[in-house]
Design a protein. Structure first.
Length: 178
């Protein structure tokens, strides 16, 4: 059976279905990740090279702080910065993330060409980061025992899933799949 949750947002009632096999904390965490995917994609639109990356990093750190709060895990900013850098660095060679931000340095043409790829990279990396940490926290992990090397392949899988999710947003603005 599927439980329904109603919330009023700007005088519009939205109904979200909660799958039966997802626990309450995980459900709240996935909703938080979805929220931050949107913010990351917006930050990816910043037309100034490297400012976009700094903004996305801030959004992702805030997301991880919120996830740690949901799971009652102490947030450690320095540790989080190190592990997120290692994970995101593992997908940059195969994506256009770094090239997209550099392309924005070329006036007008570069900004128009780099923005779509950067938006997708930002959304996908945020999705993957959130999903990896949800799984880690669900299994009782903390930031102290998180090993980026052990989850790199899992992160890459979620990154590809995130690319699909972000590209589907153009077609369906009702939300993201869990």
């Amino acid at each position: 059976m599927i439980e329904k949750e109603e919330k009023v947002t700007h005088s519009v009632v939205e109904k979200e279905e909660k799958p039966r096999n997802v626990g309450e904390r995980e459900y709240v965490a996935i909703k938080a990740v979805k929220h931050y995917v949107w913010w990351s994609m917006g930050a990816g639109l910043i037309p100034v090279p490297f400012v976009d990356l700094a903004a996305v990093t801030g959004v992702q750190l805030k997301m991880l702080a919120d996830l740690s709060s949901i799971y009652d895990v102490p947030f450690q900013a320095n540790r989080v910065k190190a592990v997120t850098g290692a994970l995101i660095g593992s997908v940059i060679p195969g994506s256009l993330g770094a090239a997209s931000t550099l392309l924005k340095a070329v006036p007008i043409v570069g900004q128009l060409a780099g923005a779509p790829a950067m938006v997708m990279f930002c959304g996908a990396s945020t999705w993957a980061l959130g999903k990896v940490f949800i799984q880690h926290f669900e299994s009782g992990g903390t930031f102290l025992n998180f090993d980026p090397e052990q989850v790199k392949e899992h992160f890459k899988t979620h990154f590809e899933e995130g690319r699909t999710v972000t590209s589907s947003l153009k077609k369906d603005k009702s939300g993201l799949p869990a």
